[in-house]
Design a protein around this ligand. Structure first.
Ligand code: 8Z2
Ligand code: NDP
Length: 267
């Protein structure tokens, strides 16, 4: 069953200026499209111009979307891209969505593999957030970090990613304390399995078959649009007293058997 996800008022994000990393596909694209639909203007950021442009072609109002081609692991490029965006439009919302990992038992993760996943999912989010801070403080804005469901319980085959996202949770809560004086809020959203194209390879199918079919009490995947609606809620006035939270949007997957019951998925 697909849920009816669009519940916010049409103007819920009117006047908001947002930066969404990984806006060219999957969850980041859904967040971008929904924010524009709700009245925001959005800069998408990613490494591929074609997919970022395609997101714009799907937007409800193309005038309220632009993009920056940038690798979030390139600190210099991030500082420049975020600086340009902030100077041009201001920044009331940052969504750190770009991320990912490969699935392997910890013994199958090389030093280079560890570094790649930590750099992408932890260090890059820190870099982008720090570059955005002056603009967020100016606007009294907020940050939503896209994390993982189950991040507090661990997940087999994801040692690097869970470690990175646990770091993000610690960073989120610490900055929620440090930046409250500026009116800046930070929250984490932890999706369960979302059937984006990122999960179309063999490992992804394995995760889907096990996590959705056997590990999700609600017995279905999370829709990207559901994640987008939650992000828009957190960014708008209804979320004004929410900071330092991890909200899991996973059909109860974090309560279910969990990845520890599914070792064969990563054998
Ligand atoms: C409880 C309820 C829960 C509920 C839990 C919720 C379900 C969670 C489902 C999550 C789903 C998602 O996140 S979906 C989104 C997924 N999307 C993605 O993951 C795509 C993005 N991922 C990637 O591009 C790659 O994984 C990543 C490593 C991050 C990219 O970095 P790079 O481009 O730098 O990668 P490369 O240069 O190719 O490789 C860097 C190093 O990583 C190693 N490496 C790369 N792939 C590897 C592999 N499959 N196995 C081993 N090692 C690998 C290489 O050998 C290199 O190591 P050396 O040779 O030693 O240098
Ligand atoms: N799908 C799922 O089941 C779940 C996903 N998540 C998380 O949600 C987020 C989005 O996932 P999803 O939409 O499925 O994945 P996708 O792979 O579709 O999206 C990831 C996006 O991030 C961008 N990106 C990746 N690396 C970089 C980089 N170095 N610099 C800039 N942009 C980058 C990619 O664009 P480009 O390659 O052009 O740079 C892409 O648009 C990720 O953090 C993921 O781990 C969490 C739980 C479940």
């Amino acid at each position: 069953m697909t849920a009816r996800t669009s519940v916010l008022a049409d103007t819920a994000c009117a006047g908001l200026s947002a930066l969404v990393t990984g806006a060219g596909s999957g969850i980041g694209r859904a967040i971008t499209l929904r924010l524009v639909e709700l009245g925001a203007r959005v800069t998408g950021l990613g490494r591929r111009a074609e997919t970022l442009a395609e997101t714009g072609s799907l937007a409800a109002d193309r005038e309220r979307y632009d993009y920056e081609v940038c690798d979030v692991r390139d600190t210099e490029a991030v500082v420049a891209a975020v600086g340009r965006t902030g100077a041009r439009h201001g920044l009331g919302l940052l969504v750190n969505n770009a991320g990912g990992q490969f699935f392997a038992p910890a013994t199958g993760i090389s030093a280079g593999g560890w570094r790649a996943v930590i750099d992408l999912n932890l260090t890059a989010a820190f870099t982008v957030t720090m570059a955005a801070y002056p603009f967020l403080a100016e606007a009294g804005g907020s940050v939503v970090n896209i994390s993982l469901s189950g991040v507090e319980r661990g997940g087999m085959g994801m040692a690097h990613s869970v470690a990175a996202r646990s770091g993000i949770l610690g960073l989120t809560r610490t900055l929620a304390l440090e930046w409250a004086k500026d009116g800046v809020r930070l929250n984490c959203v932890g999706p369960g399995t979302v059937l984006t194209s990122a999960l179309s390879d063999e490992a992804g199918r394995h995760v889907h078959d096990n996590l959705v079919a056997r590990g999700t009490p609600m017995r279905r995947a999370t829709a990207p649009e559901e994640v987008a609606e939650l992000v828009a809620f957190l960014a708008g006035p209804a979320g004004a007293m929410m900071t330092g939270q991890l909200i899991q949007i996973d059909g109860g997957a974090h309560l279910g058997p969990g990845l520890h019951m599914l070792p064969e998925a990563y054998a």
